[in-house]
Design a binder for this molecule. Structure first.
Ligand code: URA
Length: 264
């Protein structure tokens, strides 16, 4: 799994791993010396294990640190990460029926307020953005500046380029007209084709319904890009934090200014 530091860590506020007594001091639990005393008294646990060794190091993003059973966290500001969603996972943070959901694939214990920005169908793979930044998440989905998303669909049938013209013009679906969608045939193989389509909307099953409406039902769907973000190098099922530059680009795409993200 690739995981770079969250934006504030990348900016130098704190490193990815640090000594436990420093972590406790940074979190405001006690002074460095006082934190060492808490550790040697056996009052500090890391991932449920008592940590009395003064050399203990913690991963600030992944390890669960508790003092007297109370969770201690660094106020690291808002968190932004991308998941390369595999098929077979619902885009939800919990499922009452216990089906696999994306929450199990991202670090929800370290970042309890994490939520997905938009959704991908159960069988759709690709880039799903998560954040704890409610303002940015909402803005990215708002119709006034819905960011462009790129989808690659394997469809039934050999698609002639002109068959995509209704999608380019803006096709009518049962819940209203779609915006014109740039699209092209990438390749044809046997009785199937691969089509790339760019959307600035996010209606339910939209790509499947659009391609179905021109006579080419979708067999598999993947999203390689979400606004300025791409999945390059991220394995299916893996996640990574966004870089500062990516967060800035997202903020621009959502119509926000350049100021740094607010703490969640
Ligand atoms: N359009 C769809 O039909 N499904 C998705 O998962 C995303 C876009």
């Amino acid at each position: 799994m690739t995981a770079t530091m969250p934006s504030d860590a990348a900016a130098g506020t704190y490193p990815h791993t640090m000594r436990l007594q420093r972590f406790l001091a940074r979190a405001g639990v006690a002074s460095r010396r006082g934190s060492e005393a808490l550790m040697t008294a056996g009052r500090v646990t890391v991932n449920g294990e008592v940590a009395c060794e003064l050399g203990t190091k913690v991963d600030v993003d992944r390890d669960v640190v508790e003092v007297d059973g109370q969770r201690v966290k660094l106020d690291g500001g808002a968190v932004y990460l991308m998941l390369n969603k595999p098929a077979g996972h619902l885009t939800t943070m919990s499922d009452p029926q216990g089906r696999p959901c994306v929450a199990t694939l991202v670090p929800t214990a370290a970042h309890p307020g994490l939520f997905p920005v938009g959704r991908l169908d159960l069988d759709t793979t690709g880039l799903l953005l998560f954040t704890t930044d409610g303002d940015l998440g909402q803005a990215l989905l708002h119709p006034s500046h819905h960011v462009e998303k790129v989808y690659i669909a394997r469809v039934d049938g050999r698609v002639a380029d002109r068959e995509l013209d209704p999608l380019r013009a803006g096709i009518m679906l049962d819940d209203g007209p779609c915006q014109p969608a740039p699209c092209r045939v990438l390749r044809r193989a046997g009785s199937t084709s691969v089509v790339e389509i760019h959307l600035r909307e996010g209606r339910k099953n939209q790509v499947k319904r659009m391609l179905g409406a021109v006579g080419h039902p979708v067999l598999a769907l993947h999203r390689p890009r979400f606004g300025p973000l791409g999945l390059e190098g991220l394995a299916e099922g893996g996640w990574r934090y966004l870089t500062d530059a990516e967060v800035r680009a997202l903020r621009r795409a959502a119509g926000f200014g350049e100021e740094p993200a607010t703490a969640s």
